[in-house]
Design a protein around this ligand. Structure first.
Ligand SMILES: Cc1cc2nc3c(=O)[nH]c(=O)nc-3n(C[C@H](O)[C@H](O)[C@H](O)COP(=O)(O)OP(=O)(O)OC[C@H]3O[C@@H](n4cnc5c(N)ncnc54)[C@H](O)[C@@H]3O)c2cc1C
Length: 471
């Protein structure tokens, strides 16, 4: 197959940025080696890609070989006694929990969707709603195989190859290709969580309640009505959750089945959920989203406040998978997300400023989510001891430039506060702001690993070029 015949338009998950790339979809190591060989001989860079769930340009590159690793999707070894699993990088979170749950195991860290692959989860070092209590995905990886773009492979463990391990995880596919990962899953006694819902009338209360809950509940997540202003600025709903202990669930076998975890395919048992995004489309404008955010807060603070209930692990974890294809409501322009991580003592000031800046620009976020984080030992880590606020924005073609400059405005106070940004969610950050968030010597250390593991600079993406390599 010629290189030209592989040319496709490759988009970020948010559909707002994309580039033409030569797409290779290998199913095994030989296919990976062949794609790398061809890229080297043609002098073309290689952008690694998993399920393509990164919102922006992290898994694509203009006129690059796009090496889609989602077809390497075999579980190589699974030990239901210890919960240790060896997988190829294209296995996704969904396949992982489906395989493990009946044996009483669950991935210790999951994202808001079950689509990401293990390769992508390690490359971004993803976090869940339990970042404070369980850390990041990479903290549950026992070892991985790293194929180097210029040939050869190494098995990397956190003990034997500490520096390389903590540099590769979270380096968004710039230091090698993860071709196998060994993970330790988490023992669970039930397929249910106990969930507590609490309403917060303003930002100060949101942050305080989330902080107080972090040591008592494994999962802490907040939804913010980003349209509310004045004394209601930052109001929202918080959900805390914990796993049930042995004996708390009277029917653990039933709840630990995949059937009990499956998200319903219809709404109210009637409307196919695959059609729902079409129903939401007419409401996806400023007025409609203001109404939806208001109604959600009103319902949650009136009927749902201070309630405790049980919910399946999948339903609580993968809220964003409830409405299939929901991102299509944002077509034709797509959406971008901006997620800032801010130290605890500056979070209220920075998030207040961000919500106000959005109002001033007339571009409030349609969906805003708050999480509590802790620092981790990875070189390119995005986490701090503090909070993150993730803001979704529709991309209107006539306001695209305004939106990009607003993101710059949102990002400046984050840098001043000692905060961080998350490449998985970014499409619009300027390099200087991103680079300023690193401590002295950190980016130089990354450059040394790049020179050691990928001296020919074969691995590149739109994001890496934009934020790191300066072109
Ligand atoms: C609806 C939604 C909700 C989300 N929720 C969360 C969340 O709660 N927490 C969170 O942390 N993230 C979240 N994300 C972001 C997502 O988890 C990350 O972007 C993740 O990296 C996506 O995995 P992927 O397989 O799609 O990888 P891709 O997006 O395809 O790639 C991600 C990066 O990994 C690199 N890469 C891919 N495979 C490999 C490999 N085998 N070896 C080396 N590098 C590789 C790519 O070059 C790229 O830089 C969410 C995304 C969506 C769409």
């Amino acid at each position: 197959m010629s290189l030209e015949s592989r040319l496709e338009w490759v988009e970020g998950w948010g559909m707002a940025v994309g580039a033409p790339g030569y797409v290779f979809r290998p199913r095994d190591a030989t296919g990976v080696a062949e794609a790398l060989e061809l890229a080297r001989s043609e002098g073309i860079p290689v952008a690694l890609r998993g399920a393509g769930c990164s919102y922006g340009d992290a898994a694509l590159g203009a006129e690059s070989v796009v090496l889609d690793l989602s077809g390497l999707d075999r579980v190589l070894r699974w030990d239901p006694q210890s919960g240790v699993v060896d997988v190829e990088p294209g296995v996704n979170l969904q396949a992982l929990w489906r395989m493990a749950i009946a044996h009483g195991w669950w991935p210790p860290v999951v994202t808001g969707t079950m689509e990401p692959t293990i390769g992508g989860a390690l490359a971004m070092n993803v976090h869940g709603k339990n970042n404070w209590s369980r850390g990041t995905f990479g903290e549950h990886c026992i070892e991985f195989d790293l194929t180097l773009p210029e040939g050869g492979a190494r098995t990397i463990t956190p003990d034997r190859d500490r520096d390389v391990f903590y540099a590769v995880v979270g380096s968004f596919g710039q230091l090698g290709i993860i071709t196998r990962a060994r993970l330790q899953l988490k023992k669970v006694r039930s397929g249910l969580l106990e969930v507590r819902a609490v309403a917060a009338p303003d930002l100060e209360t949101m942050l305080r309640l989330a902080d107080e809950a972090k040591d008592r509940w494994e999962y802490v997540v907040g939804w913010i009505d980003a349209f509310a202003g004045g004394k209601n600025l930052g109001r929202g709903l918080l959900h805390f959750a914990r796993h049930l202990e042995e004996g708390e669930d009277k029917e653990p076998g039933a709840h630990l089945s995949t059937a009990a975890q499956d998200l319903p395919s219809t709404l109210f048992g009637v409307v196919p959920k695959s059609l729902m995004w079409r129903g939401l489309k007419p409401l996806t404008n400023r007025l409609g989203m203001r109404g939806i955010n208001f109604a959600k807060y009103l319902a949650g603070s009136t009927f749902g406040n201070d309630t405790t209930y049980r919910q399946s692990l999948a339903a609580f974890s993968f809220l964003l998978d409830y409405v299939p294809d929901w991102k299509k409501v944002y077509l034709p322009g797509g959406l971008i997300q901006h997620q800032s991580f801010v130290p605890t003592d500056r979070a209220e000031e920075v998030f207040r400023n961000q919500l106000e800046v959005c109002h001033e620009h007339g571009m409030p976020s349609f969906l805003a989510v708050l999480k509590r984080h802790r620092p981790d030992p990875f070189l390119m880590s995005h986490a701090v001891d503090g909070f993150s606020m993730a803001l979704d924005f529709p991309v209107m073609r006539n306001r695209r430039a305004d939106l990009w400059s607003m993101v710059r405005e949102l990002a400046s106070p984050v840098v001043d506060s000692g905060g961080r940004f998350y490449p998985a969610k970014d499409a619009a950050l300027p390099a200087e702001l991103y680079r300023e968030t690193f401590c002295e010597g950190q980016l130089e250390q990354f450059a040394r690993f790049k020179a050691e593991l990928d001296p020919g600079h074969i691995l590149r993406t739109g994001l890496a070029d934009r934020l790191l390599y300066g072109n």
